[in-house]
Design a protein around this ligand. Structure first.
Ligand code: V47
Length: 366
């Protein structure tokens, strides 16, 4: 036996061989890796998988977020962002205010607007259809990546439309992609405990499946580091892997680390960075049909994001321009998240990778 192989504990040798040969691993094998494998082995395997897909390329984009409101009919236990309407920290942007923000990005090279926010009782489906049309009038070339499946489920239900009809109308108005939010954790018992008011796991998956069938690509997320265990995590990833087998409509998976400032779960604290890297690496290894794994820098912080590139991530998201508050309000280090293209390239190159600008669909921007 070669000396290097001896460094791999015996119980992981078969799984490691499978991963290195590009074979799919079973849920129980992913669980074993997540439970027990040395972190160094996870990093090695995840980097091998990623580099087989992508070589040395790590992607970034030029984007900004539009967060119309943080007033929300739902009250999820992990959320630090939602505020009651009379709170000094609540906001509700008017159409003109949002369109002024959008106009500010004319001729800046920005390629994507990511729209998410609270589900506000006074805003309906047709308001958002109209908003997207107005945004596309101002910035015709920008990709509108809009609304979590939870927001889409709410607005479409309220309008009394089928998913096919509602998503079709959103697409016609100019929405080409969907972000991966609202997935949280799919286990039904935990989901009920954390965010029982919002749509079910099956419905989240159905919204994405329908979007994919209409040619709207999307991302997927998993909120981890709260009350779930490793089995719940692998179950969540399995449901996503199964759906991707059917549709191939997901672009990226984004593990989202629970941040604990000012929410109802605060006392449980946050998982250490070693746990972040374990989750990330197993994700890259297990989700063999996901083209990209994103290390979302406003959530991890810049240093951990750089480390994440050595645990399987091949994308770091975008310039952001201090336009999202979800993570700063939840305690992330980046209080005003913003990076220039030069900053992003430096971060990626500093980790030993080649920085490549992409659009929302991972086409390379020269
Ligand atoms: O669904 C809320 C999470 C998500 C907290 O698709 C929290 O490119 C940690 O989905 N600690 C929304 N996480 C953000 C999101 C996203 C982010 C970046 C990129 C993309 C993409 C999508 O944020 C929510 C929830 O899972 N979240 N509160 C918290 N305290």
């Amino acid at each position: 036996m070669k000396p290097l192989v001896k460094l791999i504990p015996e119980k992981f040798r078969n799984i490691s061989d499978k991963v290195l040969n590009g074979e799919r691993i079973f849920p129980h094998e992913a669980l074993l890796l997540l439970d027990d494998a040395p972190l160094s082995l996870l990093g090695l395997l995840a980097v091998k998988v990623k580099e087989k897909k992508r070589g040395k390329i790590v992607f970034y984009n030029r984007n900004f977020h539009l967060e119309p409101t943080n007033i929300c009919i739902f009250n999820c236990k992990f959320c630090s962002y939602r505020k009651p309407a009379d709170s000094p920290e609540a906001w509700f942007m008017g159409t003109e205010e949002m369109l002024d923000i959008v106009s500010g990005y004319k001729n800046t090279g920005v390629t994507e607007v990511h729209i998410v926010g609270g589900v506000h009782q006074d805003r309906d489906f047709y308001y958002y259809v109209d908003l997207i049309k107005k945004i596309k009038k101002i910035l015709p070339d920008i990709t509108v990546k809009a609304f979590s499946a939870v927001e889409i489920d709410s607005m479409i239900n309220k309008a009394g439309l089928s998913l096919e009809k509602g998503l079709g109308l959103l697409k016609e108005s100019g929405m080409e992609a969907m972000p991966g939010g609202g997935a949280e954790i799919f286990d039904e018992k935990l989901r009920y405990e954390l965010c029982g008011q919002k749509c079910s796991s099956d419905r989240w998956l159905q919204v994405h499946e329908t979007a994919h069938s209409l040619g709207i690509s999307s991302n997927a997320t998993m909120l981890y580091g709260h009350i779930e265990n490793n089995e719940h995590r692998i179950d969540h990833l399995s449901r996503l892997r199964d759906l991707q087998d059917r549709t191939n409509g997901f672009n990226a998976f984004i593990p989202l680390k629970y941040r604990n400032l000012n929410n109802s779960l605060s006392e449980i604290g946050e998982v250490p960075v070693t746990e972040d890297m374990r989750v990330l690496a197993v994700t890259r290894i297990y989700l063999d049909n996901f083209p990209h794994i994103k290390a979302y820098w406003p959530m991890y912080g810049k240093n951990t994001t750089q480390l994440a590139l050595n645990f399987g991530a091949d994308d770091i998201d975008g310039t952001i321009d201090d336009t999202t508050k979800i993570y700063s309000m939840a305690g992330a280090e980046e209080r005003k998240p913003s990076m220039t293209v030069t900053d992003m390239r430096k971060l990626i190159e500093g980790a030993g990778y080649m920085a490549v600008e992409r659009d929302s669909f991972y086409n390379v921007i020269k």
